[in-house]
Design a protein around this ligand. Sequence first.
Ligand code: ADP
Length: 212
Amino acid sequence: MVLTIELNKRQEQILEIVKENGPITGEHIADRLHLTRATLRPDLAILTMAGFLDARPRVGYFYTGKTGVQLLTDNLQKLYVKDYQSIPVVVNENVSVYDAIVTMFLEDVGTLFVVDSESLLVGVLSRKDLLRASIGNQELTSLPVNIIMTRMPNITVCFRDDLLIDVAKNLIEKQIDSVPVVKESNNGGYEVIGRLTKTNITRAFVNLAEDK
Ligand code: ADP
């Protein structure tokens, strides 16, 4: 958002005026530029939303003094899992490796989450888990996924209200592509309510750059 934001000439002028004279009211900024307050309103809104300026009621605008990097850091701390998560694809722990492979293709995902009969998270299946199980194995239709999956309690999870940046750190540290978004179930264990992947994080990154 902030690093790539291209300020137009008028916005640059406003920043200069506020830097030198702030706190200053919108009215006074408009006077200096020989414009109306209404004309300036969109520019002031952009500069405030982007974090360059701050506004206090009855005091006016002042310059925050934040650099692009500081503003980017501020903005990263506002991105939450719940705003970027995708729909999870889950399979029961008793399905065969064959069926899991078919599901992965049909659903077009790279990771499947495995649940028990109570729909609680028990495991994770990655592409390579399924490839590994397939090499030299003729019995894929009778091999249940719970034999080959990565299982609880070794599953890295996240919650809706976690910061995206913390999940991103976890993906890198654990060298995995995705984590289930879970909520604690009343009888213990986790229900899977979403998935967060490297693609979701890449999308958030692109949104930041495109100022969405
Ligand atoms: P791939 O194995 O296809 O490269 P990953 O890098 O996501 O995909 O998975 C690497 C290993 O980590 C696999 O054995 C997988 O079961 C396991 N894994 C994937 N996601 C998680 C997770 N959220 N928590 C724990 N283990 C995981």
